[in-house]
Design a protein around this ligand. Structure first.
Ligand code: PLP
Length: 309
């Protein structure tokens, strides 16, 4: 059931029915697209929709596009303006997921990045819960994370999500909620579509950006919030068995939010309930994304009270 009416496509906001591509589109065959997942959060009290860290998402889209030699003829600020205009046209009064995608649109057989046209589309849909609430059960996947010299994980490349889909479905079919994926070198990388944090002796630990992870914006947000709360943070390689002995484990991402892991490979984490550090961070995060914390208000762009383009 489609609940959105519009998409930005071929330079303008159009009815969603008009935003279609040909089956000959190069990116459909070869996975040569880059995308973003951005969320906007409805604040009931203010009757306002806030887009969270929108500019950072578009800067990452432009970096991903640079890696795939995709030409996006807009600046991050222009992409933000387009998004705000699209959201105003939709008139959403609920949480929303925004999906920008730029892709090789040339209609030619032949796998390559050069000498092919690109296109950009943006649409937004009402948000649906991505992971179960209250604590998830995860398994370490038998699939390994894509390597920087194979398909760079730091770029959000459509084709790379075959790797995520293999891991996620393996976990789902085995009765788990989510997968944790290791690198080729055997260290923990991330979830199928989330970054990962563990807590050991009160320190928040997460794999570094050189561990074949997506450089997550929620990851960055969590690190900033933790530092402000006085929680020590380390970015360093994480062993698989550290997951089993950690006091706390949680995943984070735009779609997932902050999601506590209560079991890894059938081993209970901590007490088997969301831990105290997670709970502090989650509470703050939930308020921050809805524009309720003055200090972080600059991360939240209001949709309806922003000046029109
Ligand atoms: C593979 C992967 N890792 C991590 C993340 C989390 O990144 P972010 O917090 O920017 O959404 C995502 C989601 O976009 C992802 O797809």
């Amino acid at each position: 059931m489609v609940k959105n009416k519009y998409a930005f496509f071929r330079g303008e906001i159009r009815p969603i029915e008009e935003a279609k591509v040909s089956i000959m589109t190069s990116a459909l065959h070869y996975g040569t697209g880059v995308f973003e997942g951005i969320r906007a959060f409805w604040n009931k009290e203010e009757e306002e929709l806030f887009v969270f860290r929108m500019r950072e998402h578009y800067l990452r889209l432009l970096r991903s596009a640079r890696i795939l030699l995709i030409d996006i003829p807009y600046s991050a600020d222009e992409l933000c303006h387009i998004t705000l205009e699209l959201l105003r046209r939709e008139g959403f009064r609920e949480d929303v997921y925004i999906r920008p995608i730029a892709f090789k649109s040339g209609e030619e057989i032949g796998v390559r990045l050069h000498n092919l046209e690109s296109e950009l589309a943006i649409f937004a849909v009402p948000f649906q819960l991505y992971l179960p609430e209250g604590g998830i059960r995860v398994m370490v996947s038998s699939w390994r994370r894509v390597e920087d010299n194979a398909i760079p994980a730091r770029a959000k490349i459509t084709g790379a999500y075959v790797n995520s889909a293999l891991a996620k479905t393996e976990a789902y079919l085995a009765g788990f909620d989510e997968a944790i994926v290791l690198n080729e070198d055997g260290h923990v990388a991330e979830g199928s579509a989330e970054n990962i944090f563990i807590v050991r002796e009160g320190t928040l630990i997460t794999p570094p950006v050189t561990a074949n992870i997506l450089e997550g914006i929620t990851r960055h947000t969590v690190i900033s919030l933790a530092q402000d709360l006085g929680i020590p943070v380390e970015e360093r390689p994480v062993d698989r068995t550290e997951l089993y002995v950690a006091e706390e484990v949680f995943l984070c991402g735009t779609a997932a939010g902050l999601s506590p892991v209560v079991e890894v490979d059938r081993r209970k984490i901590g007490t088997g309930k969301p831990g105290p550090i997670f709970l502090r961070l989650q509470e703050l995060y939930e308020n921050v994304v809805r524009g309720k914390v003055e200090k972080y208000r600059s991360w939240c762009t209001p949709v309806y009270s922003s000046p029109a383009r």
